[in-house]
Design a protein around this ligand. Structure first.
Ligand code: SF4
Length: 348
């Protein structure tokens, strides 16, 4: 497995807002992280925390009325002559030729629901062939052979026949495998999987996660795995980013986050994972309160209304910054970095 220390993708202080009649929603509010080849970065948080908008921002497909308003997304891309060159995706036009050649070819996306990405009126094979031929100089026959091999690789039985099936003729698990084959058809160096198993039953979920893991090992890709499920993160991720209300609140290795978590929100997410020692039918602890309304963002630390450790007069007034608590382990919380003249967060 290639495990290059230099990030293939660096997200720096990314800000993506939605401008609606009711007000501005800061869907991603200063997120920063890196992902390297051969590594899985797990991005975790409750729904509405900005995970999916982060993925859409990387691909530059944020739907209107959303727009990237700040920060940088840097991709180390492979040029045709085999060299690498850094490209600021944030400086490219959404529909520019360079951005279109990056989407699908260097960065591919696998969604939760395959039917949103697969066309119901075209066979699986024709969809893979079309994408492969868009990005590679291959004949139709070569692309068809490639498609059969990809379907075989992702574990679709009788790939020679399945290639001519329509998506609705396949089960949910097989559709997700076909979507992964489609995503791999251009040999991307970065695969973004957004809740890839949420719509599947538990057994199929485990099979798809195994498949993603083995594909990543074979191909040395970087993977960004977006999920609300800490159990999936524990199984799959090397590095973890925990997001809350558009901000990264904790970031570290899977070991840091699971065995030495610092942020009260991460700790609450961890308490909500079912354990084999849990009493059957016992209620799992939940995180108190609800995510604030997007137009009514709390002042200070965004988590303070739900935080059991909130410090009155501090957490409701100052905004903590993401700061180091160990080697590559960072947390945004005043319990570890009280506001001071040196590291004071922004004053609201
Ligand atoms: Fe809780 Fe304060 Fe830390 Fe925010 S800064 S997570 S409110 S202790």
């Amino acid at each position: 497995m290639e495990n290059d220390r230099q990030p293939i993708l660096s997200v720096r202080n990314l800000k993506t807002n939605f401008f609606t009649d009711e007000g501005i929603v800061r869907a991603v509010d200063g997120a920063s992280f890196d992902v390297r080849l051969g590594q899985t970065l797990g991005v975790v948080g409750e729904s509405g925390c900005g995970k999916s908008v982060t993925a859409l921002s990387i691909l530059r497909i944020v739907p209107r009325p959303g727009r990237i308003v700040g920060g940088e997304i840097l991709l180390r891309r492979l040029t045709e002559d085999g060299y690498e060159r850094e490209v600021a995706l944030t400086s490219l036009g959404e529909n520019s030729q360079e951005m279109r050649s990056i989407r699908g070819a260097e960065i591919a996306l696998v969604f939760q629901e395959p039917m949103t990405s697969l066309s119901p009126v075209h066979t699986i094979g024709n969809q893979i062939i079309e994408v492969a031929r868009l990005h590679r100089k291959v004949s139709k026959q070569e692309a068809r052979q490639m498609a059969v091999e990809l379907l075989r690789l992702v574990g679709i039985p009788r790939a020679e026949t399945a290639i001519d099936a329509y998506p609705l003729q396949l089960s949910g698990g097989m559709r997700q495998r076909a979507l992964i084959a489609l995503a791999l058809s251009c040999d991307p160096r970065l695969l973004i999987a957004d809740e890839p198993t949420t719509a599947l039953d538990v057994t199929t979920q485990a099979q798809i996660l195994d498949l993603l893991r083995s594909l990543q090992e074979q191909r040395g890709m970087a993977v960004i795995l977006i999920t609300h499920n800490m159990g999936v993160i524990a199984e799959m991720a090397d590095q973890v980013v925990v997001m809350y209300l558009g901000q990264v609140v904790e970031e570290g290795s899977v070991d840091d986050v699971f065995n030495a978590s610092k942020h009260p929100y991460t700790q609450a997410l961890l308490r909500s994972i079912p354990s084999i020692h849990s009493t059957p039918k016992a209620q799992l602890p939940t995180i108190s309160g609800t995510i604030p309304h997007p137009y009514n963002r709390p002042a200070g630390c965004p988590f303070h209304p739900r935080c059991p450790d909130a410090i009155s007069g501090v957490c409701d007034r100052h905004e903590p910054q993401l700061l180091s608590v160990g080697d590559e382990h960072q947390v945004s919380c005043f319990l570890y970095h009280p506001p001071s003249t040196e590291n004071e967060g922004s004053f609201n």
